[in-house]
Design a protein. Structure first.
Length: 124
């Protein structure tokens, strides 16, 4: 598995469910999959902030593994959670995969920005 995280910038409207899917490539020299792994993503106003504005986890169902063997997962966050935590603007995140071993092994898979865009359509 590579030692560097992918830089992925995302844009999310504040009036729709956030659903982005990702597939992580296989390193032929060191095969790996998502078996036994958990995921966490923290969103902050800037990388040095100690305050987490929005946290997404696999335990809470906001990060869903679709195929452990093919390393496919997706983000699933209701728009109400986005509106409650994030104003329109740009934020920073990183996306961590970790196991439950001792010691815990944490791998940064992605990092970048999340831009929250003002949606147009209101409630039905």
């Amino acid at each position: 598995m590579a030692d560097t995280a992918a830089v992925v910038d995302m844009a999310v409207p504040n009036n729709a469910t956030w659903q982005d899917a990702f597939q992580f490539s296989q390193d032929s020299a060191a095969p790996w999959d998502f078996t036994g792994q958990k995921f966490i993503m923290e969103i902050k106003g800037n990388p040095n902030d100690t305050t987490v504005l929005l946290e997404l986890t696999s335990d809470a169902g906001e990060i869903v593994v679709d195929s452990s063997a093919e390393r496919v997962l997706h983000i699933n966050v209701p728009y109400t959670a986005i509106q409650a935590a994030l104003k329109v603007g740009e934020y920073f995140y990183d996306f961590i995969m970790y196991d439950t071993g001792t010691p815990v092994v944490r791998v940064q898979l992605m990092r970048g920005t999340v831009t929250i865009d003002q949606g147009i359509t209101g409630e039905p």
